[in-house]
Design a protein around this ligand. Structure first.
Ligand code: CUA
Length: 335
C-alpha cells in the first residue's frame, strides 16, 4: 500500500501536451535508472518493515493497556526506568540499517559514475535557466532548447554524456525512467549520462525548487533511432530558413525586441537570454513544455507569455495585431 502510494506520487503528467506520458521509476529504460530501481525497492522494503513493526507494537499497546471499567483514572500505570538491553537494541539496529543503506547506495553511485564510456558517445551540455533548458551539442556546434534529441542505445554501444551547468540558481535534471536526479549548480560542472534502450519520448522536470515557474520547467528526452538522430542533427546545423513570403515577418522580428533575447542562426538575432529559435518549429512544445507547439498556442504565447507561464522572464511585448501576424509568419518558417 505504502509502496503504491509513493509510486503514484512519483508519477508526473505534462499539462497541455496531447500524449500524457506517465513517468515511473519502477519502469526504468536506461542503465542508471535500472541500477537505482533496486535501491528504491530495498529502501521501501526496509522502511516498510520498520513501519509494520512500529505500527504493530503501537496498536498492540493501545489495545492491551486500554482503560477498563473500574480503573482508577488518577492512578498511573507502573513506570519503568532504564533498560540497557532495550536501549542497546534501539541504538544498534538503526545504525546497522543505516550502514546497509549507505553501503548499497555508495556502491550503485560509484558503479554509475565510474561506468566506462561506450564506443559511441554523444556529448551534450545542458544549461539550466529560470525556467527553461538550454541544450548545446558541442560535437555538432548547434544549440536548441527544452527537447534533447539523442540516439537511442539500440546497438548496446551508445550513450549520451551530459555536462550540467546553470546560468542562475540551482536546478536539477531528472528524467525518472532514465536516471536519478543530478543538480545543475552555478559555477560548477556536474556530469551524468543516459542510454535509453528504446526510441521514444521520455518526460522529466526540474527537480530542485528554482522559483515561481519551477513546476513548469519540463524537459523531454527524445530518443531517436540512430538514423533519425543523424537527420535531425543535420537539419539543426543549418541556419534559420529563408522564406521569401516571410521577408516582412523577418524584418518585423529583427526590428522588434525579439532579437535582443533570442538567436536565429544566420540572422542578426543574437540575444542569449531566451531559447535559440533557429529551429523552433521542429519542437513539440513551447515555454519549456507548458504548451503544445501549435499555431494558435504560439500566437497566444508571443502575444502574452505571462498568460500561460506567469512570472516567466519573457514579457508580453504588446505587439499590434499586424506585428503579431508578421512575427508569426516568420516564426512558422523556422522548421
Ligand atoms: Cu529549475 Cu526547478
Amino acid at each position: 500500500m505504502l509502496v503504491l502510494m509513493v509510486a503514484m506520487l512519483l508519477q508526473m503528467q505534462v499539462p497541455g501536451v496531447a500524449e500524457h506520458r506517465v513517468t515511473d521509476i519502477f519502469k526504468p529504460l536506461a542503465s542508471p535508472a535500472e541500477a537505482e530501481k533496486n535501491i528504491a525497492y530495498l529502501t521501501f522494503a526496509i522502511t516498510g518493515a520498520i513501519f509494520l513493526v512500529v505500527a504493530s507494537l503501537l496498536v498492540y499497546t493501545i489495545y492491551r493497556f486500554r482503560r477498563r471499567p473500574g480503573d482508577d483514572a488518577h492512578q498511573e500505570p507502573p513506570q519503568v526506568y532504564g533498560s540497557n538491553q532495550i536501549e542497546i537494541a534501539w541504538t544498534v539496529i538503526p545504525i546497522l540499517i543505516v550502514f546497509v543503506l549507505i553501503g548499497v547506495s555508495a556502491r550503485v553511485i560509484a558503479a554509475v559514475e565510474n561506468a566506462s564510456p561506450p564506443v559511441k558517445k554523444l556529448d551534450v551540455t545542458l544549461i539550466g535557466h529560470q525556467w527553461w533548458w538550454e541544450v548545446n551539442y558541442p560535437q555538432y556546434g548547434f544549440t536548441t532548447a527544452n527537447e534533447i534529441h539523442i540516439p537511442a542505445n539500440v546497438d548496446g554501444k551508445t550513450a549520451t554524456y551530459f555536462k550540467l551547468q546553470s546560468m542562475d540558481v540551482i536546478h536539477s535534471f531528472w528524467v525518472p525512467q532514465l536516471s536519478g536526479k543530478t543538480d545543475l549548480i552555478p559555477n560548477r560542472d556536474n556530469f551524468t549520462w543516459i542510454d535509453p534502450k528504446q526510441p521514444g519520448v521520455y518526460v522529466g522536470n526540474c527537480a530542485e525548487y528554482c522559483g515561481t515557474q519551477h513546476a513548469n520547467m519540463f524537459l523531454r528526452v527524445v530518443a531517436d533511432t540512430p538514423e533519425d538522430f543523424r537527420k535531425w542533427a543535420a537539419a539543426q546545423q543549418k541556419d534559420g530558413a529563408e522564406d521569401a513570403g516571410a521577408a516582412r515577418g523577418k524584418n518585423a522580428f529583427l526590428s522588434l525586441s525579439c532579437a535582443n533575447c533570442h538567436v536565429v542562426q544566420g540572422t542578426t538575432a543574437k540575444g542569449k537570454f531566451g531559447p535559440d529559435l533557429t529551429h523552433l518549429m521542429s519542437r513539440q512544445t513551447i515555454g519549456a513544455g507548458v504548451l503544445t507547439n501549435t499555431a494558435q498556442n504560439l500566437r497566444a504565447w508571443v502575444n502574452d507569455p505571462q498568460e500561460a507561464k506567469p512570472g516567466c522572464l519573457m514579457p508580453g511585448m504588446r505587439l499590434t495585431d499586424q506585428e503579431l501576424d508578421q512575427v508569426m509568419s516568420y516564426l512558422r518558417t523556422l522548421d
